[in-house]
Design a protein around this ligand. Sequence first.
Ligand SMILES: [Zn+2]
Length: 169
Amino acid sequence: MDEPLLDTLLARAACPPSELTAAPSLRLAIVTCMDARIDPLAVFGLATGDAHIIRNAGGRVGPQALRSLTLSQRALGTREVLIAQHTGCGLAGLDDEEFAATLAAETGERPAWRAGGFADLEESVRASMRAVREAVVLPHRDRVRGVVIDVEKGGVWEVPDPDREKFRR
Ligand SMILES: [Zn+2]
């Protein structure tokens, strides 16, 4: 099998020793999209070791992100959650049902997961904030904020969140 890219990556792979602790120094977890244009540390002015960065398609809080957030908070001491989704996301406008039906037709297997398509970007961010606040397994649900990163025009804006005050302690 010819795998020039993977061969290159493996050949140059290196990791210097770290004096950082596994627990993020700012006690922060960020959930964001896997989109290759986003550099979460740069966007939020962070350094290695500051925060957990939980990435998936869409930057949405579903069962797998909740698994990571639960471990992040319970085992590694984070207590604030930032949701960061973005313009130009591949999940914008995706129809989950249609996507699952296509997979089933092409492969004979219907996925157990939802793709996570959404029609409204800000509503998608709010849905993920709600998912954090409703997850009773999370010890810290009072500091949750959400933003949109504009990867096309540049910039970041906070998503208005009518539920925020209700959850402040
Ligand atoms: Zn995306």
